[in-house]
Ligand binder design. Structure first.
Ligand code: SF4
Length: 217
């Protein structure tokens, strides 16, 4: 099976499994989504969803979050990994959004990536899920699945993003990003797999006998 045929099959199967994938991080608007995505670095969405109700109750807008300040933010998000650094970033980016962006989350990759703690992946999630702009945020899970399904070589997350964007129609990127994440969580975890147990891999690689080796980002 050629790479494009594998991509088409993956897209079809994931659309059947997850026809309307929900956004896993609880949020109320683009600002709270940006903060939730930032908090989710090296942390599960479930854990983030446990602390954000109180954080967004006290800091629902950039102004209120800025006024809340780093120590109070830290107090609320302490159960999360890297909490000190994240509290610092949330306080600072709130201040920048108020002072430099008229209290609105910037609607561009450049504007978002200039904010503290916001890298290309976080900016891509916000662009796609808050503003509906086609993007393909690649995290370690998508990087892993793309290799196991033979859609990318795993050279780097930048390369994986490029490969996936070339293989799938732009109109499907936003849903596919979520569908791959859901599939990874439910079936294709970071633990090793011999690449034969799911129906999907059996269809993609019917003659596969040896375990799939994947390169971490
Ligand atoms: S067979 Fe293994 S590698 Fe393939 S999708 Fe299932 S868990 Fe992932």
């Amino acid at each position: 099976m050629k790479k494009q045929q594998r991509a088409d099959l993956v897209q079809q199967r994931l659309a059947d499994l997850y026809p309307d994938p929900p956004i896993p991080l609880d949020h109320k608007d683009e600002f709270t989504l940006l903060v939730a995505v930032l908090l989710s670095a090296q942390c599960t969405d479930k854990k983030v969803n446990e602390v954000t109700p109180e954080l967004f109750r006290q800091g629902p807008t950039p102004e209120k979050m800025r006024d809340l300040g780093e120590p109070a933010i830290l107090q609320i998000i302490r159960p999360l990994g890297l909490s000190k650094q994240k509290a610092k970033h949330v306080a600072k980016l709130s201040e920048i959004i108020v002072d430099q962006h008229d209290s609105k989350v910037p609607q561009s990759f450049e504007g978002l990536e200039a904010l503290p703690g916001v890298g290309h992946k976080t900016a891509s999630v916000v662009m796609s899920q808050a503003f509906g702009v086609p993007a393909f945020p690649v995290d370690t899970h998508i990087h892993r699945l793309a290799q196991r399904w033979g859609l990318s070589s795993g050279k780097s997350v930048v390369q994986t993003e490029r490969d996936l964007k070339n293989l799938f129609p732009e109109s499907t990127w936003n849903d596919l990003h979520l569908q791959i994440i859901f599939y990874g969580r439910q079936h294709c975890t970071a633990r090793g797999c011999d690449g034969t147990k799911c129906g999907l891999c059996q269809e993609l690689y019917p003659r596969r006998k040896t375990p799939v080796v994947w390169i971490k980002p």
